[in-house]
Design a protein around this ligand. Sequence first.
Ligand SMILES: *[C@@H]1O[C@H](CO)[C@@H](O)[C@H](O)[C@H]1NC(C)=O
Ligand SMILES: *[C@@H]1O[C@H](CO)[C@@H](O)[C@H](O)[C@H]1NC(C)=O
Length: 245
Amino acid sequence: MMVSRALISFVFSAFLLRTCLATTFTIKNNCPYTVWPATLAGSGSTPLSSTGFQLSPGATFSLSASAPWSGRFWGRTGCSTDASGRFSCATGDCASGAVACNGAGGNPPVSLAEFTLVTGGGQDNYDVSLVDGFNLPLSIAPQGGSNGCQTTTCSANINSVCPAELAVKDQNGNVIACKSACEAFGSPQYCCTGSFSTPQTCPPTNYSMIFKRQCPQAYSYAYDDANGSLYTCVAPSGYVITFCP
Ligand SMILES: *[C@@H]1O[C@H](CO)[C@@H](O)[C@H](O)[C@H]1NC(C)=O
Ligand SMILES: *[C@@H]1O[C@H](CO)[C@@H](O)[C@H](O)[C@H]1NC(C)=O
């Protein structure tokens, strides 16, 4: 009797704990074309129930994460399945060969929505990052919560102002993504490596400033923190991630 009562109480508290710590991610495709969102859990975090799915224009899809959790979301565009059944995308491809990314990240250039969810009344961190370049406009809007919880948006289409040396084009010559200067040139000055590996020695560059001007709330390069690109929120019920906000 004692044992079963303890067991029931344990199962019930475990259930309550899970319920309380669940954070709902709602992904919305506001683009006039299909987007294939993908998710990647950070090391030590449990993968979400889906690591890749298709969203038609106007569609939404919800996923739940149990804090503590860290990971990222991105959108893939121009996806198709070839004659041999292999799925791939023109931007954000994770090279899994399937709609699900199954633990693989998106190939840059790709705009990212990044999260660190915590428990115990601490602050979640979230940001929009263009450190790996840009493919799609996106925003993160916390739902409820306290202490911050501002929406962070990169709504500009940076592809339309991307310099030729950073541009990724499709067969028709349309710019479909914009590389970071680090990816395009690989130099320490743009990648904040070597003698440029501190915030003091890696200031914004003419290239990172193109991204920053278009999307001032997003990370434009590795040491952009000083410009308030990292957002915080305590105990929101969830986050809405919108492509083409
Ligand atoms: C950025 O600066 C580099 C080095 O000074 C220069 O070669 C390049 O043309 C500049 N690019 C832009 C887009 O201003
Ligand atoms: C912050 O961004 C502005 C451009 O919006 C730039 O001029 C400035 O150097 C940046 N400061 C830091 C510390 O990154």
